[in-house]
Ligand binder design. Structure first.
Ligand SMILES: Cc1cc2nc3c(=O)[nH]c(=O)nc-3n(C[C@H](O)[C@H](O)[C@H](O)COP(=O)(O)O)c2cc1C
Length: 184
């Protein structure tokens, strides 16, 4: 993926603590340039844990979680493919409805409507999120608009809230493989 820019968008869900080691570092190893944008809550979490500083050092780009001022230049290069991972149930719902009330959603919603700009989404949800009456509509709306979902028992079996699932791993590799396929 030499010369291609991966827009990594993270929200405040489990797995965000592994964003650097599970997704960003492996993407850099595959040759992507990586530009990270976080939802405001995810930004707060990763600033508090010191991850933001480490991610900036690793990617060589600022981590965005706020919109720029109108006269500021764009802090990130143009993106060739977006991955939203982890995507909270909240972020998935807002993407399905086209709500763009933070910088991360603004970028991804525009990408969903942009021609030839692939978007990969890993909904990091539990069984309760998936039983919400609006959930299947949200998943269908994203699927029908061409979003590549990392979703289903094989990649992300759904656990009940606050119940672990021994052996389950975050599907970072599936996310990265899908991004690679999207551009091939
Ligand atoms: C410790 C913690 C873990 C959470 N994990 C998840 C999760 O795995 N999936 C999810 O959908 N929401 C999770 N949430 C709830 C979201 O953080 C919450 O819905 C938030 O408003 C999502 O905002 P965002 O999508 O803008 O990041 C978690 C919250 C906390 C405090």
């Amino acid at each position: 993926m030499q010369g291609k820019v991966l827009g990594v968008v993270g929200s405040s869900a489990g797995g965000i603590e592994e964003l650097r080691t599970g997704l960003v570092a492996p993407a850099l190893e595959r040759g992507w340039t990586v530009a990270v944008t976080l939802t405001p809550t995810a930004g707060q979490w990763l600033r508090t844990s010191g991850e933001t500083t480490q991610l900036e050092r690793l990617t060589g780009l600022p981590i965005r979680s706020e919109p720029r001022l109108p006269n500021d230049s764009r802090p990130h290069p143009p993106v060739d493919c977006y991955v939203v991972a982890p995507a909270s149930a909240n972020t998935v719902a807002k993407l399905a409805l086209g709500i763009s009330d933070n910088q991360a959603l603004t970028q991804v919603n525009e990408a969903i409507g942009t021609l030839n700009l692939p978007v990969v989404v890993w909904p990091r949800v539990n069984a309760a999120h998936a039983r919400h009456p609006a959930w299947e509509r949200h998943i269908k709306a994203l699927h029908d608009s061409g979003v590549r979902l990392i979703y289903g028992t094989e990649v992300w079996p759904l656990a009940e809230p606050r119940a672990g699932m021994p052996g389950r791993q975050y599907p970072w590799e599936a996310v990265l493989d899908e991004a690679g396929r999207a551009l091939s």
